[in-house]
Write a protein that binds this ligand. Structure first.
Ligand code: PEP
Length: 252
């Protein structure tokens, strides 16, 4: 399966930023397209504009969160169906910033993942340990528990992507060692096989946390790393496209 390079723009981007998206569309040429799946998850305010500009480039669009319900009295929230209606084909759920800032539990994340599939979207389900959990030797256990609680087993495995994002690596410039990435991704792979049987082997597991052009090749070459979820470096085409190119250059 092709690696997936997904950009999470978080709460960044005004209409002027559509020029960066246009540069990504232009740079995602036929060669890159044949080797890598590219996705941008902008703030919802830009989703429709990007859906118009994406043309036939093949860049996928996604949301950064969704409510579990289809519709209703939930001021300020958006449903998975709304993301699909705006041109998205995926949604990130359970990002650590949502878990921390909005007190989202794994149970809530599982409900959002179900909502994503209900709306026909791909669910990108995030898990990851804090710095203190890693220092205390609990990283594997914490991520395993999050995974079991955040990934409903009755989901169609082909519509699920897992993003392993150590909380302490997000936006800090810090990254785990390659050995730690390999260990964690192998752990997640084993758990996915327990949950989904043979289908668990083909679920993409993205690495996320301070991925940039200079470290992308090493992180993306690690066993069981099926791509990257990229925050800061996804805002500029000049950073994002080289990450996709690094993924394309890896012989699998
Ligand atoms: C993220 O928040 O999903 C992320 C990986 O951010 P950054 O690449 O900026 O660390």
């Amino acid at each position: 399966m092709k690696p997936l390079i997904a950009g999470n723009w978080k709460m960044n981007g005004l209409s002027a930023s559509l020029a960066e998206f246009d540069a990504m569309v232009a740079g995602y040429d036929v060669v890159l397209r044949s080797a890598v799946d590219l996705m941008v998850c902008p703030p919802t305010t830009l989703l429709t504009s990007m859906a118009v500009r994406v043309g036939t480039s093949g860049i996928a669009l996604g949301g950064q969160d969704c409510h579990a319900a289809i519709q209703g009295a939930h001021t300020g929230c958006i449903s998975a169906e709304m993301i699909a209606d705006a041109g998205g084909t995926s949604v990130i759920v359970g990002h650590s910033e949502r878990r921390a800032d909005h007190h989202e539990t794994s149970e809530m994340v599982a409900a959002k993942a179900k909502a994503a599939l209900r709306a026909g979207l791909l669910a990108i389900i995030c898990v990851g340990e804090t710095k203190s959990e890693r220092l205390e030797g609990k990283a594997l256990a914490v991520v395993g528990q999050q995974l079991k609680e955040s990934v409903p087993v009755d989901l169609d495995a082909s519509r699920v992507v897992i993003a392993y994002e150590p909380v302490w690596a997000i936006g800090t410039g810090l990254t785990p060692t390659t050995a730690d990435v390999i260990e964690m991704h192998a752990h997640i792979r084993a758990l996915l096989s327990d949950l989904f049987g043979a289908a668990g082997a083909s679920i993409r597991i993205l690495y996320g946390g301070s991925v940039k052009p200079s470290n992308a090749a090493e992180l993306l070459s690690a066993a069981n790393v099926g791509g990257a979820l990229v925050g800061g470096a996804s805002l500029k085409a000049a950073d994002f496209l080289p990450i996709a190119q690094a993924a394309a250059a890896i012989v699998r």
